[in-house]
Design a binder for this molecule. Structure first.
Ligand code: HEC
Ligand code: HEC
Length: 267
């Protein structure tokens, strides 16, 4: 697997127009992404449309912020990010809390701009910034127990039959399985807890609403979350927020780049 930083270096130049037609875009024909334009949107927003810079909430390195309950966007999966922005734009996913802005912001971006910004955040050099669980605890946040979360992530909860281990879809330590399954390892703790609650609520209501998420293909995530207890949720989130992408014996380079790799290959 090629390192993503090569791609980032190659693409962050003045003009980065690349062409590809990946399986994920089947039916859309040839697609281009402009990473330089994505960087501009991420850093400056779209002032004319009243869209704030993405980095003001998602962090300069797109690694998310527990204080604002925002997600990491960097390297979680190009196709996944495009899908979420499209879902926000079509109100198939509704932002909650600070994230109420996301539906309007996604609508303010053209389809092309959504691809550009997704390509930018997924071309960023690999970086690690685990949630500070001790600080969160000190601030009164209920924080789970990582080693109990490890069991859920790797083996599922066992006694609940329809519950699957997270890694069976999201890959080792939740590092992502592009293009469908986002990286959830090293995602921010508060965001993980919020989303797991949202999926569980979505399983109950079947609705996309503030605090209820139902935009998963085939209802896969809702099925899983429906069987998680409050304790399961905070334990899994505590483990995932700290989980390494690989172990020495495992040695794989994961960048959730299958689609972007195609762009590069076909360029
Ligand atoms: C005011 C703060 C704020 C700004 C500015 C902001 N976001 Fe967000 N964003 C959030 C929050 C909070 C969420 C979580 C929403 C939820 O699910 O309730 C979110 C969610 C997302 C997600 C979903 C990620 C995932 O893992 O599913 C994407 C993608 C995203 N934002 C992209 C952007 C882009 C691109 C911009 C700039 C055009 C932007 N955001 C600007 C706060 C912000
Ligand atoms: C059967 C497959 C499957 C399993 C098992 C699974 N997931 Fe998922 N998960 C998905 C899919 C698909 C999505 C993306 C949904 C979408 O497109 O919005 C997702 C999305 C998520 C998200 C949202 C990520 C984001 O950035 O917003 C979180 C959090 C998550 N899963 C956590 C978990 C945890 C924790 C487990 C184990 C307890 C788990 N998942 C098990 C399929 C699965």
């Amino acid at each position: 697997m090629r390192r993503i930083s090569n791609l980032a270096m190659a693409c962050l130049g003045a003009v980065a127009m690349l062409t590809f037609s990946g399986a994920i875009m089947a039916g859309e024909g040839s697609v281009t992404v402009n990473i330089a334009n994505g960087k501009k949107i991420f850093e400056e927003g779209k002032p004319d449309a009243g869209t704030a810079p993405c980095q003001s909430c998602h962090g300069e390195k797109a690694l998310g912020m527990d204080a604002m309950r925002t997600p990491r966007l960097a390297n979680i999966g190009y196709a996944y990010v495009v899908k979420q922005l499209t879902n926000f734009a079509e109100d198939k996913r509704i932002g909650a809390g600070v994230g109420v802005v996301m539906n309007g912001f996604a609508k303010s971006l053209t389809e092309q701009e959504r691809r550009d910004v997704a390509a930018f955040v997924n071309s960023l050099p690999k970086a690690t910034e685990p949630s500070d669980l001790a600080a969160l605890k000190a601030d009164g946040t209920k924080v789970g127990v990582p080693h109990l979360g490890l069991k859920i992530v790797r083996y599922g909860t066992g006694e609940k039959e329809s519950m699957s281990a997270c890694i069976s879809c999201h890959g080792f330590n939740g590092r992502g399985a592009d293009p469908v399954y986002p990286k959830i390892g090293q995602q921010k703790y508060n965001y993980l807890v919020d989303q797991l609650n949202n999926w569980r609520e979505g399983a109950r209501t079947g609705k996309a609403d503030s605090g209820s998420r139902a935009n998963d293909p085939l209802g896969q995530m809702r099925k899983v979350a429906a069987h998680l207890t409050d304790e399961d949720i905070i334990n899994a989130a505590a483990f995932l927020s700290q989980a390494a992408d690989s172990t020495p014996g495992d040695g794989m380079e994961i960048g959730n780049q299958t689609v972007l790799e195609n762009i590069k290959k076909n360029h």
